[in-house]
Design a protein around this ligand. Sequence first.
Ligand code: IMP
Ligand code: MG
Length: 183
Amino acid sequence: MGMANDIESVLYTEEQLKARVAKMGADITRDYQGKEKILLVSVLRGSYIFMADLSRAIDLPCLVDFMVVSSYGSDTQSSGQVEIKKDISMNLEGYHVIIVEDILDSGNTLYYLMKILKLRKAASIRICTLMDKPDRRVRPIKADYVGFEIPDAFVVGYGLDYDQRYRNLPYVGILKPEVYGGK
Ligand code: IMP
Ligand code: MG
């Protein structure tokens, strides 16, 4: 049985994702015109596909780097505790940093990350997230670039996982609640 069996409905198709990411890349290209030191920071692992597509939709010289943080175990609820497992390798001083996230949910992850990154003398820091669930926010975090505002459902695919699976689905789908023991 394929992965599609566990999906209740498709929220965004490959074509919709492609079109939206192209637009986000064009927006960033316009907004950062003339800036010399641009750094895209992907928060792994959920944003790996978004990062790959978004970075290729930005027509400016920029660097890429990666962080690994953990805020979820194999559950679907944020614990409020965030741990940096792999930090950015480079010095941010003078860089225009764009944090590339898969989804902004409670805001715990980015709240904590922003607190740390703001101490590092970047020229600017902005947040670019593919999806945003504003109804679930418990921290005062707002993204500068949002691909899609989505309702409070657990989604997988295009990099996003449930229990480390489904990341390689080429579209974004809503998982059947019975897959994670809900109803
Ligand atoms: P936050 O700290 O609650 O904002 O959670 C952010 C992280 O939780 C995201 O980067 C995702 O890795 C994960 N997450 C939140 N909602 C979902 C979802 O619907 N599907 C998969 N992962 C999610
Ligand atoms: Mg995740």
